[in-house]
Design a protein. Structure first.
Length: 558
């Protein structure tokens, strides 16, 4: 009797760096996604919101409907738009950022722009191709940035429609109406002709300068509609339409978050201080200015401010836990000791290891006594520029975990700062509301067991009542070490990717890689760039402040 057995090698899971190793960042991402809908971490410039509807309308006019034509001309168009902005920046005075910053493919195309500025003529196809090999390809996705970044956003905002880029439609009342306004301000025929001819030079790009993002401020009807789009969503283009309750809520959330950012910028301008992501986090968490004064905030924006506070509380928790996770793995790496399991590792860390060196001076018998004492030493809640404030602790943890060859004193600082953050989250009365201002989708947090509710409740209910080393060992075992194993196992099962930073092996845990503590990106940079493009904010040296249009926007958002 013959029998046949088919065998094949089982391919090992792909080893990748991974993100959110503790599963604690997800609530942050959920919250800021709801607070700034229509703006993502990759939608960097306002002009794209109107450029794509105009471009695709022009494609329709010319019958460029096949998938091959769409991909070819779309990729050339994205290259051309970026080259226009980059070369316009070379020819204009002032900061380059208002022209070519964050334009699609600008890193690759900046070299091409220099060549053009020096008098060369180039082919768009040399950069718009889809070949994997050459380093001149401006973008990997076959449908360019529209396919990877903007299509979903524009569809959600009602400007485009369809299942995918290849099957997209341009709604007459919204996308097509916006396209018609754009056409008034740009040399559209010359742009489309250039796509067909493929060849560009400095004179041609100079003639196409009205497409540069900086020129949006001169396109009065277009910028008015884009501002209205950020304020009201697609009904701004189609007043007779009937948006859903969800769409109304989404537009309100976006407009109020943008208005809130404008108010923050004005406050920082009043303190003569640059408004950056650090300031955004400090003000968002405390609702106090750089000079520790209450932020002048209209009552209509208080609910939105409370939701941003919920985001920042989770962000602080995330960094504190990442800092402790980093410190535990780094301590094992430096000790050359072996631990059979996560419980043994965590207990050693808080007794004989670096953690033990921190808590040996704590007063009282249990973990709660020591952490509450730290809370009593915190500066006032609004003094977020104080070196001892939890906002500054978060900043230090992020910086120190990036140091190669980090020393023992730095590790001790990370542990101290992580405990400071936990003390602030648990004991400050200003943090008693936790997530209360924000409503997660049903059962959302059940999928992410490491969160403000679970970790802080566990501390108050039983962890904090244990002897200090025992309590902290249990806390970090559950929320750092075991949480990482659960997250990595889930990614291995669901995505076939190996993100383990340490692995249980025979007789010992093996350290593979130690991740840095990383903040989430709450779309701050993108929001600022769009507000500048729309003339709602203006730059005054290193300062930002709301323009007259920005003040009107704030009033309209209330």
């Amino acid at each position: 009797m013959n029998s046949f057995v088919d065998t094949s090698w089982v391919k090992p899971p792909q080893q990748i760096g991974g993100l959110d190793h503790l599963g604690v960042q997800a609530p942050c991402i959920q919250i800021y996604g709801d607070l700034l809908p229509g703006i993502t971490n990759q939608t960097n410039r306002a002009r794209y919101y109107s450029f794509y509807p105009w471009l695709l309308t022009e494609f329709e006019k010319r019958g460029w409907r096949s998938d091959e034509q769409l991909r070819l001309m779309l990729r050339r168009a994205e290259c051309l738009l970026t080259l226009i902005s980059l070369t316009h920046g070379h020819s204009e005075e002032g900061p380059q950022e208002i022209h070519g910053a964050a334009m699609v493919g600008s890193d690759i195309l900046s070299g091409a722009a220099v060549k053009i500025q020096q008098g060369e003529s180039l082919l768009l196809s040399n950069y718009a191709h889809s070949d994997n090999g050459p380093l001149t390809r401006y973008f990997a996705h076959k449908y360019g940035a529209l396919g990877q970044y903007y299509f979903g956003t524009l569809r959600d905002m009602g400007i485009l429609a369809g299942e995918s880029v290849s099957k997209l439609r341009i709604p007459k009342e919204t996308g097509a109406a916006l396209a018609a306004i754009v056409a008034k301000y740009v040399p559209g025929e010359k742009f489309i002709e250039t796509l067909s001819n493929d060849k560009v030079n400095l004179a041609l790009l100079s003639n196409l300068a009205p497409f540069c993002s900086c020129q949006l401020k001169q396109a009065f009807e277009e910028i008015h509609l884009l501002v209205a789009l950020m304020l009201k969503g697609w009904p701004a283009l189609h007043p007779e339409g009937e948006p859903s309750a969800e769409e109304i809520l989404s537009s309100k959330s976006r407009s109020q978050s943008l208005a809130y950012i404008c108010i923050m910028a004005n406050a920082m301008n009043g303190d003569k201080t640059a408004f950056d992501i650090g300031a955004f986090r400090g003000i968002g968490y405390t609702v106090h200015t750089h000079s520790a004064q209450p932020l002048p905030l209209p009552s209509a924006l208080s609910d939105q401010a409370n939701k941003w506070q919920a985001y920042q509380r989770n962000e602080l928790l995330s960094i504190a836990l990442q800092g402790l996770f980093f410190s535990q793995l780094k301590a094992v790496e430096l000790s050359n000791l072996f631990f059979a399991n996560t419980s043994e590792l965590s207990q050693w860390f808080w007794t004989e290891g670096f953690g033990g060196k921190i808590i040996i001076s704590w007063k009282g018998n249990n973990a709660d006594d020591g952490l509450s004492a730290l809370a009593r030493e915190l500066p006032n809640f609004g003094e977020w520029k104080s070196d001892k404030h939890e906002i500054q602790s978060m900043k230090r943890i992020g910086s120190l975990t990036q140091i190669s060859g980090i020393g023992q004193l730095d590790i001790l600082t990370i542990i101290s700062d992580s405990l400071t953050i936990l003390a602030a989250l648990i004991y400050r009365p200003e943090n008693a509301n936790g997530y209360a201002a924000y409503r997660f989708p049903e059962n959302y947090l059940a999928h992410y067991p490491v969160n403000l509710n679970s970790t802080l409740s566990a501390w108050r209910d039983f962890v904090g009542k244990k002897p200090r080393a025992e309590g902290l060992a249990l806390f970090t075992q559950i929320n750092c070490l075991d949480a990482h194993l659960q997250v990595a196992l889930r990614k291995l099962r669901q995505q076939s990717t190996n993100t383990f930073r340490f692995e249980p092996r025979e007789g010992a845990l093996a350290i593979k890689a130690i991740p840095q503590a990383a903040n989430t990106s709450p779309r701050f940079r993108q929001a600022i760039r769009i507000l500048l493009d729309l003339d709602l904010l203006e730059e005054n040296g290193k300062l930002l402040n709301a323009t007259k249009s920005g003040l009107d926007f704030i009033e309209a958002a209330l």
